[in-house]
Design a protein around this ligand. Sequence first.
Ligand code: LLP
Length: 421
Amino acid sequence: MPFLYNDDGHLTVDGLLVSDIVAAHGTPLYIYSAAGFVDYFTSFQQAVAPVKGKVHFAVKANSAIAVLRLLAKQGAGADIVSGGEMMRALAAGIAPADIVFSGVGKTDDEIRLALSKNIGQINAESLAEIYRIEAIAAEWDMKAPVAIRVNPDVDPGSHEKISTGQKTTKFGIPIANGEAAEIYRYLQDSAHLTPRGLAMHIGSQLRDLAPFRKAYLVLLELADSLRAAGCEVTHLDLGGGLGIDYEGQERPDFAAYGALVEELFASREYQLGFEPGRSIAADNGILVTSVLYTKPAEDKAFVITDAAMNDLIRPTLYDAHHRIEAVELSNRAQQNSDIVGPVCETGDYLAKGQDMPEMQAGELLAVFNAGAYGAVMSSSYNTRPVTAECLVMDDGAHIIRPRKSIEEMLAEEQVPDSLSD
Ligand code: LLP
């Protein structure tokens, strides 16, 4: 683990004191460990090495160009869901052939961008979308590489808002009613589409492998039956979703996931694609925040921090738990605390009912497992400057996204002439 307390009880990141990094760069601040990212990514790669495949990091989990570049150097491809993420992946030096474009609602402009950059695979999620891709490819007299994302109707057993495998969700094309097979044959026969195979992503933060097994078996059965019917099915994209330990400090079980994949696919000829996001990124980032005030309440204390729901929305949006600890350990009395931000909403909290040592203004807290779906989901709500991000690498802390000044934020806006008298 890259974030450790030293013998004197000071939190460090790969040997650097968090308090030193904060003294130089302020709070709120996301801090990532480059060594941790490399370690986790290469561990995932090793775990799935027994099968033929490629790991496409899910850019949505952490899209900092420096992070993408770091992973690209380890051989990562990218799973992207927008033109913006595509441009980031390309800016980070990821080869177009190693980019997979997922998502239920690609615009014409995004499809054009993908085709003009020759990206490796577009995962289509509806017949309507396939028609658009085909029409644009026909306009340009080319063939677009398309896989279809299928919906296996498997409940991943995760939080409702990040479960995507059931037929009631907007994701993928149903398998059970024959629709996926029928649409695949359309792909196969099109003069402007190259069928690449099938894709699937049943949800995120899965702590149990059973739903993966169930869904992968459904996928294999469909792929085999399409092949038997004469279709070309070269690639199976297995999505992401492997969960992490937000409560304790255990690493994700890459080995168990790898063993499952090996068992199901090692003897098969399909080229596999993996799209892990959270399992690579979450443990390798923290959000550091300063205590502004403490405020006693009837049966607890409010610890008011300079980070808020706009900096890390996961607790508010998914009732997610993130471990929060003082950056400097102490043996002060513990108290039941709500750690809350300055935003004017009761839903603005980083943690509720957590036992914490009594904190004082100016002291620092670290929110752990914040390297995935943290900074990427931040906003400037309440006109709060979006949090800065910093990468610890080569014994130094490098700012990879500076905090915008309020002047810069205001300068982005315009007032119609008729209002500027
Ligand atoms: N592939 C596709 C098509 C996806 O939609 C996702 C995540 C992934 C891969 C990566 O999944 P992962 O390995 O990270 O579980 N904001 C939420 C998570 C949303 C996940 C959306 N899709 C959160 O903070 O928990």
